[in-house]
Design a protein around this ligand. Structure first.
Ligand SMILES: NC(=O)c1ccc[n+]([C@@H]2O[C@H](COP(=O)([O-])OP(=O)(O)OC[C@H]3O[C@@H](n4cnc5c(N)ncnc54)[C@H](O)[C@@H]3O)[C@@H](O)[C@H]2O)c1
Length: 359
């Protein structure tokens, strides 16, 4: 006679699965919030990678604050003093104003260098560097311990940082050190943050990172192994979704964002005063995206707030594009190769703008 083997142990002999009660039909769960508004009141968020108000990190801080969360940030030591000075001097005051006219609380700032996991990892030349001297506890494990001591539990963790020292070089010319440095700062840092923070995150909590379409398609000019780092980030998002979901009930997603003229992106290429690489990227996106509108950092902030909220309770392991739809295009309609071709749009349909008159 055949023995009945539970399916799971047939696949993984070491795993035993507790028998579960018969399922009852559950079509409705209690609505997590009274309405479909994003409500993060009482939640604590930590956003790693904020040093000015121009980037995606700041927009995410604002959106989470707008939804009622208490937000703290992690700032890279080399830019910490200038960030603190900008906040103190009132230079960023306008950027603190929320949609109801109130002023957002200035987030608590933790010095954070996300390429170091433990104090023993910090080399002497960094310890003695004038930008790090006088600071302590900026490795990921130390920052996690400080945040836990200050807030207890955390609900939202955002990784909004990247660094690729050889970003201007094509992959064919990237050194091993440059490639690994990009991966260390831009993708392993997310894994490490997840490792150190998740144990004190509330069940139902959310982790989010910022990716770029170069993870999956070729974006010429985005070099230095940064495309590889973003591909890792996206793959790790899927694997961690499984591991964190099973172990902690925590979700993890990534936003694949469109081009934004942030400080980091402006450093990719173009001398001061010249049109920079990111400005070309923004022009390209505007000329070719399905949606003809400016992409703003707040577009990403709003999506981040949604993904961090109980409204997204069933979403994990996904890459969400916030790019005006550019990733859907396989051809640039403003490419020189199409010069002279009369595209059949705008087309004549009720409500459409008039078609251009052929020359
Ligand atoms: N700007 C874009 O066009 C664009 C597009 C898609 C995705 N992204 C991603 O968005 C995220 C935020 O970047 P951004 O463009 O808004 O620029 P940004 O300059 O606002 O943010 C990058 C941050 O990373 C920090 N950082 C660098 N190395 C660090 C380290 N070792 N430890 C801690 N912090 C470190 C910088 O200090 C900076 O605050 C990044 O992951 C970036 O790749 C940006």
């Amino acid at each position: 006679m055949l023995a009945l083997v539970p399916l799971c142990s047939a696949f993984a002999p070491g795993l035993s699965v507790a028998p579960r009660a018969p399922r009852t039909a559950v079509h409705r769960a209690p609505v997590p919030e009274a309405s479909l508004g994003i409500d993060l009141k009482g939640k604590v968020a930590f956003v790693a990678g904020v040093a000015d108000s121009a980037g995606y990190g700041w927009a995410i801080v604002k959106a989470l604050s707008e939804a009622g969360a208490t937000v703290a940030v992690g700032t890279w030591p080399p830019v910490l003093a200038i960030f603190e000075k900008s906040l103190k001097s009132g230079k960023l005051d306008d950027d603190l104003i929320l949609s109801d006219g109130s002023k957002m609380a200035v987030p608590k700032i933790y010095p954070l260098d996300a390429v170091f996991d433990e104090p023993a990892d910090v080399p002497d030349d960094v310890k003695n560097n004038k930008r790090y001297a006088g600071l302590d506890g900026y490795t990921i494990s130390e920052v996690a311990a400080k945040v836990q001591a200050d807030y207890g539990k955390v609900d939202v963790l955002v990784h909004s940082l990247a660094n690729g020292p050889e970003v201007k070089r094509p992959l064919m010319q990237v050194s091993r050190n440059g490639y690994l440095a990009a991966a260390s700062a831009s993708s392993y840092s997310m894994v490490s943050l997840a490792q150190k923070f998740t144990p004190f995150m509330n069940k139902g909590g959310s982790i989010l990172s910022l990716s770029f379409v170069a993870a999956e398609r070729v974006v010429p000019g985005y070099g230095g192994g940064m495309s590889s780092a973003k591909a890792q980030l996206e793959s790790d998002t899927r694997v961690l979704a499984f591991e964190l979901g099973r172990a902690y009930g925590v979700r993890i997603n990534s936003i694949s964002a469109g081009a934004l003229k942030s400080r980091a992106a402006s450093a990719i290429g173009g001398a001061r005063g010249e049109k920079t690489y990111i400005e070309y990227c923004i022009d390209y996106a505007e000329a070719n995206s399905p949606l003809v509108r400016d992409l703003t950092a707040d577009d990403v902030g709003a999506t981040a707030a949604f993904l961090s909220s109980p409204l997204a309770a069933g979403i994990t392991g996904t890459i969400v594009y916030v790019d005006n739809g550019l990733q859907a295009m396989a051809a640039g309609i403003d490419a020189k190769s199409f010069d002279g071709y009369q595209f059949s749009y705008p087309f004549e349909m009720p409500g459409c703008p008039p078609a251009p008159v052929p020359e």
